[in-house]
Design a protein around this ligand. Structure first.
Ligand code: HEC
Ligand code: HEC
Length: 143
């Protein structure tokens, strides 16, 4: 009996779900963004992949105390258990990886233990990429 009741309840639940019909002709949602207005329902070609400056080369700094720009992709995981940036930029690995070790200001001891305030690298450092499409006009100047 119990089984039959459970089955009945299950079927009821299933029919309740399928009973909800999606609106046949959903109204398109318009999104106004800096990249232009487009409808969410619009299908458009994928963006061109960005290219980064020559691998292994740092970018000249424009002003004192500037967090140097990242000359490579910046989507390495920075999470609770790991900071992938440190696989190349930590004091003990940087030389082998031909990368600049994190600045003295980023560490708390002579072994190069990272300062908590400098954990989220991309809070200050930004990658430079040729995105092949103008998204937002940028007139930033250091002068
Ligand atoms: C696979 C190794 C590797 C990983 C992972 C990596 N980098 Fe780099 N990074 C390099 C190399 C090589 C350079 C170029 C040499 C240099 O300038 O240090 C570089 C350059 C940089 C520079 C410029 C340094 C300067 O003095 O101009 C910054 C800033 C930087 N990386 C930040 C990051 C951040 C933030 C992450 C994580 C999102 C990261 N890197 C992950 C290898 C790596
Ligand atoms: C709060 C902002 C901030 C955060 C977060 C931060 N940095 Fe920096 N970083 C700077 C500034 C500012 C400089 C340049 C001045 C200096 O050397 O302290 C710098 C310098 C550097 C340099 C160049 C060092 C040198 O000797 O030329 C590297 C490499 C670097 N950071 C990597 C990283 C990595 C990797 C992380 C994450 C683990 C990180 N930074 C997090 C602000 C930051």
């Amino acid at each position: 009996m119990k089984k039959v009741l459970t089955l009945a309840a299950l079927m009821l639940a299933v029919s309740a779900c399928t009973g909800q019909q999606a609106e046949p002709q959903a109204k398109p949602v318009n999104v106004a963004s800096l990249a232009g207005d487009s409808q969410i329902t619009d299908v458009r070609p994928a963006d061109a992949m960005p290219t980064y400056p020559k691998r292994g080369m740092s970018i000249e700094r424009n002003y004192i105390e500037q967090p140097p720009l990242i000359p490579h992709r910046d989507d390495y995981t920075i999470g609770l258990n790991q900071n992938k940036c440190m696989t190349c930029h930590s004091w003990d690995k940087a030389e082998k990886m031909k990368a600049t070790p994190v600045a003295k200001s980023h560490v708390v001891n002579a072994q190069g233990k990272l300062n908590g305030q400098n954990y989220f690298c991309t809070q200050c450092h930004v990658a430079q990429a040729d995105n092949k499409q103008a998204i937002v006009e940028n007139v930033f100047s250091t002068k």
